[in-house]
Design a protein around this ligand. Structure first.
Ligand SMILES: [Fe+2]
Ligand SMILES: [Fe+2]
Length: 264
């Protein structure tokens, strides 16, 4: 059995503090063999900088996933090309830097494929994540029975549809991007674990990780305002899935939430 710890969108300073101070203890507590962390909001809520990547890459994380915000900083393109453990959604049009999936090796030597996809509904119109999933699963073939999908999407329906689309072909589909954990973790009939959104790793005292004032002005006035990450209510959110490494089917899945104030 392979146990995978999946951690949702790391947002700003609070998110980075949580992964640097809490991740190791959590990994020991849940006995994780492989850890995947989404870092699309690590730099002040928007993307990734070179110096923040230097900080994150030292963490005991096997694969870093991302999403729409990975393109926010110009310097990230070079990072995506040079760092095979740092993924961006696979279904961006060809010609963009980086890669959207990789195969990591668990502590026990088991191959674990990690696939990063992005939804279309209420988001930038990119290539179909469903067709991209088909292509990538063909390419992975015999290389890895354990397959984890980070589906970075806005619409609950699209996220659930993806889980059903790949049911029996991947071990788990974990939703990211909306920053609010959903209480629907389950295993579909084909053996694919799914949670619509695992939630963010960041400050929950705000609006999806940001200070409320500027967000409210955006809603009330319908004009742009700079957003700043909130500072309070930090929590690390994610999920743990246990996978039979011979079949790739999930055996158990549960939500994880570590409050910043609490000891684990
Ligand atoms: Fe995010
Ligand atoms: Fe996002």
């Amino acid at each position: 059995m392979v146990r995978v710890l999946f951690v949702g969108d790391v947002v700003g300073k609070v998110g980075r503090r949580l992964v640097s101070e809490r991740l190791r203890r959590l990994q020991a507590e849940v006995e994780a063999h492989v850890t995947v962390v989404n870092v699309e909001n690590a730099a002040g809520g928007f993307g990734l900088t070179g110096s923040i990547w230097e900080e994150l890459r030292r963490l005991p994380v096997d694969v870093f996933t991302s999403g729409n915000h990975i393109w926010d900083k110009r310097e990230t393109g070079a990072l995506l090309d040079s760092e095979p453990r740092l993924l961006r959604p696979a279904n961006y049009p060809a010609g963009n830097p980086g890669r959207g999936w990789c195969v990591a090796t668990s502590r026990a030597g088991v191959a674990v494929a990690v696939i990063n996809l992005q939804g279309l509904t209420f988001m930038t119109a990119i290539d179909s994540p469903f067709q991209a999933a088909d292509r990538i699963l063909d390419e992975i073939g015999e290389r890895a029975a354990v397959r984890i999908v980070d589906f970075h999407a806005e619409a609950t329906s699209e996220k659930q549809a993806m889980a059903w689309y790949v049911d029996g072909r991947v071990s788990a589909v974990f939703g990211t991007h909306t920053h609010v954990p959903t209480a629907d973790e389950r295993i579909l009939p084909g053996g694919t674990a799914a949670q619509t959104d695992v939630g963010m790793t960041g400050p929950y005292e705000g609006v999806i990780g940001f200070k409320p004032q500027a967000v409210l002005e955006r809603f009330l006035l319908a004009t742009p305002r700079a957003l700043e990450p909130a500072t309070r209510g930090g929590a690390l959110c994610g999920a743990v899935v246990e996978v039979d490494e011979t079949t790739g089917r999930s055996l158990a899945v549960r939500r994880v939430r570590v409050e910043e104030g609490e000891r684990v």
